[in-house]
Design a protein around this ligand. Structure first.
Ligand SMILES: [Zn+2]
Length: 437
């Protein structure tokens, strides 16, 4: 079969087992090094026309000198992946192409964007193209474990006094059927992302034999605290990115009632919040800080009283709340007998501007996928790009792929795969974007 260069490159990239392992930054080191070697031989023009630096554990920074313009840009991606998990219909690391579909871990998240960026740059630089302003390609190899490479790259850029006027990383995509009454496909650009935190709630009590128990055991105390926290969800708020998304998509709805409801948020906000709450899922999550208890532990044996018992929850913090205000609220709800400790925490991101730089990205999307509505949104998940908010007011999270609900479900799951048309479209998008920078 005759596939494009980009498809062949991505198929090869999938064969490197660049799996990130939590608490073990040394894991699969040789695979990561081999992946970087592959880039060097596969992209000679990029290496010849840029300064290449390895930063921190696995960060890669390419600097392509521009023609004197003063609006530097950063295109981001990561080349680590999560472990294979589950049972696959095709091997996860062989780069198998069958019926115009490439199978493997990282095809969607997100070796495809790394490949698209490098393929586009390779081609353009080979033709003698120079961007108007300096262009940085920033790739990390530890995004999946919230590693230190991306912040290390930001440190370097900050020390050099670089303030990017555009940063594009993975995030929203092109989706269909996302809003009632909107038939057109929509490109959603994350202009902010929620914070993320894990807090552990711990209770202590006397240990001993379970045959002579106290009135409330440590497990009981923790359980009560969990119930109190769950019974008191965080307050709902419509923050600017969510407001913009709802009113924009509302205005495009063919359903008159929906249009009326969402284009008059000054009046209908309470009702809209109620609808978000009832519909649950992502829509509800966009309107408040969420809390999900995910882990619990007590005694190791059924007939032994635990000295301590704990429950851990993951919080996704909405702009307006902070890690500190969240932990304070949880401590208050849990009560004095419970100790609340921070296991991990990352603040919600700044909200990026929607000005001419946003428009440049939106125009490139519309040029690549005509008849597509482009809307801002709030991203629920974390990406490396949040670190760039430190040095830029223009951080946008957009993956140039048309992702069906099914495809979105394949990310971090078994049978991750991508159609080869999407690989070529991804490269074409980056080529258009780079030529505007
Ligand atoms: Zn990713």
């Amino acid at each position: 079969m005759d596939y494009s260069r980009a498809v062949e490159s991505l198929a090869k990239m999938i064969t490197f087992k660049t799996v990130s392992v939590r608490n073990n930054p040394e894991a699969n080191k040789t695979e990561f090094a081999a992946f970087r070697n592959y880039l060097r031989q596969r992209y000679p023009n990029v290496f010849a026309h840029s300064t290449y630096e390895e930063i921190g554990n696995s960060g890669l920074l390419f600097t392509i000198k521009g023609g004197g313009g003063s609006a530097p840009s950063v295109l981001m991606a990561h080349y680590d992946v999560v472990e294979e998990g589950g049972t696959w219909q095709k091997p996860p690391f062989d780069g198998v192409i069958k019926d115009d579909v490439l199978w493997g871990r990282g095809t969607l998240d997100t070796k495809v964007t790394l490949c698209g960026i490098l393929e586009a740059a390779e081609q353009l630089l080979g033709q003698g193209f120079t961007p108007k302003s300096d262009l940085y390609l920033a790739f990390s190899g530890d995004e999946e474990i919230m590693g230190p490479s991306a912040p290390a790259i930001v440190d370097v850029l900050e020390q050099r006094g670089i303030r990017p006027s555009l940063v594009v990383d993975e995030g929203g995509a092109i989706v269909s059927n996302m809003f009632p009454g909107v038939k057109q496909q929509c490109a959603v650009i994350g202009i902010a992302e929620k914070g993320s935190a894990d807090f552990m709630l711990t209770a202590t009590s006397k240990s001993g034999h379970a045959s002579a128990p106290p009135k409330v055991t440590a497990v009981g105390a923790v359980a009560k605290a969990v119930c109190r926290v769950e019974a008191h969800p965080f307050k709902q708020r419509l923050i600017p990115p969510v407001r913009s998304m709802l009113s924009y998509l509302g205005s495009r709805s063919e359903n008159g009632a929906v249009r009326l409801l969402f284009t008059n948020l000054w009046l209908t906000a309470p009702l809209v919040k109620l609808i978000c709450r009832i519909s649950g899922g992502e829509l509800a999550a966009m309107t408040r800080t969420t809390c999900a208890f995910t882990m619990a532990s007590g005694s190791k044996q059924a007939n032994v009283l635990p000295k301590t018992a704990s429950a851990t929850a993951n919080f996704r913090i909405l702009q307006g709340d902070t890690v500190e205000s969240t932990i304070r609220r949880i401590q208050k709800l849990a009560g004095e007998e419970i100790t609340v400790t921070k296991v991990y925490a990352s603040e919600p991101s700044k909200i990026s501007l929607m000005d001419s730089r946003y428009d440049l990205l939106a125009e490139t999307i519309r040029e690549s996928w005509p008849d597509t509505l482009v809307t801002p949104y709030l991203m629920m998940a974390c990406s490396d790009s949040r670190h760039f908010c430190r040095i830029s007011d223009h951080v946008y999270r957009f993956t140039p792929l048309h992702l069906s609900k099914e495809a979105r479900g394949l990310i971090h799951s078994e049978n991750e795969r991508i159609s080869i048309t999407m690989i070529d479209e991804c490269e074409a998008f980056y080529s258009r974007l780079i030529q505007r920078l």
